[in-house]
Ligand binder design. Structure first.
Ligand code: NAD
Ligand code: UGA
Length: 472
């Protein structure tokens, strides 16, 4: 390896779902590196510093044990402070990159406002040589913008000590719920860049725990684009299997059997073939929309149309599940008690961003249903915010928000229910006692299993109607 800067101090801007766990793992694996995570949101930082580790701002299995080991050893969380930027050898930009809601590209293009702010702040405060690492997911060629901002700050600085920068792309592939394991044992680490010395510096950090064979280096644009394409391919598999789920319902085939049969082919592979209520999470939708936007911008309309279809199928799946529920309940859910089990977008996370539960709950509320919502990790406040935003977006202000309640106890939630709609595959829903539950339901009652985790036979034996996704 060529001579390169040894990274001793890292600063990460953004203490979110990526910044927090990623820096915790780097600090854990590299005790010789001082890692500081800064964020503009003081309430979030306060939660990261809470003595009670149950109050960390995100729930991720294995996270609190690491935080206990490294916090205040070589990992700190603080509100923005220029001194961390000044002292850092490497700065990770790990801020949010949502879809633009207004202006040019609204609804599709990434909003780079926060990334640009970070670049300006780094340009203003950095000293010496700094490696700037794109950790956020970004449109291909964003590094060009970051470089321009960093270098424009140097124009008026002719001193010998003027700062210098290298920009690298190092996208994150962790999935929520398994973030710690994904970070500790990644399938690969991707580093894109032009400056080999900077690439080697970052390579060295990861080599402390990742097999060097798994550290892939590419040019900047391949790295930025690979992140968008990885998410697009994963989401495409979900829309593909979800599209077949309806065909199964119509023909008498069974989606689990079909997934097993096709997944046994090594070329297809058996992961990411679980049919469900559609993908949620903060990234799949935004990253595909961004890919679509980029393709249209480059005049590649056929490619844009192809990827857009993945989103269309995802929306359709959520819509059709809601319609099936209404139809099975004699075409009206007005004043009926419907219980939603699971509000996070997948199990083992408290994240509700783009959760299918939001749209399905919103649609059922607009039909006049009375919802009771249960989730083991999502708080009432979070649900309220998610539903409020969704009401605003759908302009469905006529909704009476009093028609939904939050219930912490599952069994209490299910009392006198007309229907139970399972939307998130939390483990505790797999072992419910249907004999007890059946005694407290209204009759006839329905169970809708959109995650294929419940035992159909036991539920039917207890006199409850059962609908499962993808079963004819
Ligand atoms: P997040 O919203 O949880 O966290 C982003 C944080 O950045 C927020 O706390 C916000 O206050 C802070 N921030 C924004 N601008 C700032 C600024 N100028 N100065 C200081 N702090 C600032 O977002 P996230 O889920 O961690 O995602 C971050 C990026 O990583 C996104 O680009 C996302 O696409 C990508 N990503 C996310 C995941 C995931 O599982 N969530 C996985 C891989 C990649
Ligand atoms: C996803 C990718 O898996 C990560 O590699 C990526 O880093 C991340 O997006 C990102 O860029 O944000 P995440 O959204 O956290 O991670 O979770 P996934 O496990 O991918 O699940 C996404 C959605 O797809 C969930 O709603 C999940 O329930 C759904 N899903 C997943 C299915 O419906 N079926 C499956 O077989 C797998």
């Amino acid at each position: 390896m060529n001579k390169h800067l040894k990274i001793k101090k890292i600063c990460c801007i953004g203490a979110g779902y990526v910044g927090g766990p990623t820096m915790a793992v780097i600090a854990d694996k590299c005790p010789h590196i001082k890692v500081s995570v800064i964020d503009k949101d003081s309430s979030r930082i306060k939660m990261w510093n809470d003595n009670n580790l149950e109050n960390l701002p995100i729930y991720e299995p294995g996270l609190k044990e690491i935080i206990k080991r490294v916090r205040d050893r070589n990992l700190t969380f603080s509100v923005e402070n220029d001194s961390y930027i000044r002292e850092a050898d490497a700065i990770f930009i790990s801020v949010n990159t949502p879809i633009k809601s207004t202006g040019l590209g609204a609804g599709q293009a990434s909003n780079l406002y926060w990334v640009e702010k970070c670049a300006r702040k780094i340009a203003k405060s950095a000293e010496g040589h700094t490696i700037v690492v794109e950790k956020s997911t970004l449109p291909v060629r964003t590094a060009e913008i970051i470089k321009k901002i960093l270098h424009s700050s140097l124009k008026n600085n002719s001193s010998e000590n003027a700062p210098t920068f290298s920009v690298l792309s190092n996208p994150e592939f962790l999935a929520e719920g398994t973030a710690i394991n994904d970070l500790q044992n990644p399938d690969r680490v991707l580093i894109g860049g032009e400056d080999y010395s900077a690439i080697n510096s970052l390579h060295e950090v990861y080599s402390f725990w990742v097999d060097p064979k798994k550290i892939i280096t590419t040019n900047l644009w391949s790295s930025e684009l690979s992140k968008l394409v990885a998410n697009a391919f994963l989401a495409q598999r979900i829309s593909s299997i979800n599209s077949i789920s309806q065909l199964c319902e119509t023909t008498g085939a069974n989606i689990s059997e079909v997934a097993k049969a096709i997944g046994s082919d090594n070329r297809i592979g058996n992961t990411f073939l679980n049919a469900g209520p559609g993908f949620g999470g903060s990234c799949f939708k935004k990253d595909i929309l961004n890919l679509v936007y980029l393709c249209r911008n480059f005049g590649l309309s056929e490619i844009a149309d192809f990827w857009e279809q993945v989103i269309i199928i995802n929306n359709w799946q959520q819509d059709r599940i809601y319609k099936i529920i209404v139809e099975k309940l004699f075409n009206t859910v007005e004043q009926k008690k419907l219980v939603i089990l699971g509000f996070s977008f997948k199990a083992n996370t408290n994240d509700t961003r783009e959760s299918p539960a939001i749209k399905i709950a919103n649609d059922l509320l607009s039909e006049g249903a009375k919802l009771t919502i249960h989730d083991p990790k999502v708080s009432k406040d979070q649900i309220e915010k998610a539903l409020d935003n969704s009401f605003k977006k759908s302009k469905n202000n006529a909704l009476n928000k009093q028609e939904w309640v939050y219930e912490k106890s599952i069994y209490k939630a299910l009392e006198n229910a007309d229907a139970i709609i399972l939307l998130t595959e939390w483990d505790e829903y797999k072992s419910l006692n249907w004999e007890i539950i059946s005694k407290h339901l209204n009759s006839p009652a329905w169970v809708f299993d959109t995650r294929l985790i419940l035992d159909e036979n036991i539920i039917i034996q207890n006199g409850i109607n059962f609908w499962s996704l993808g079963k004819g």
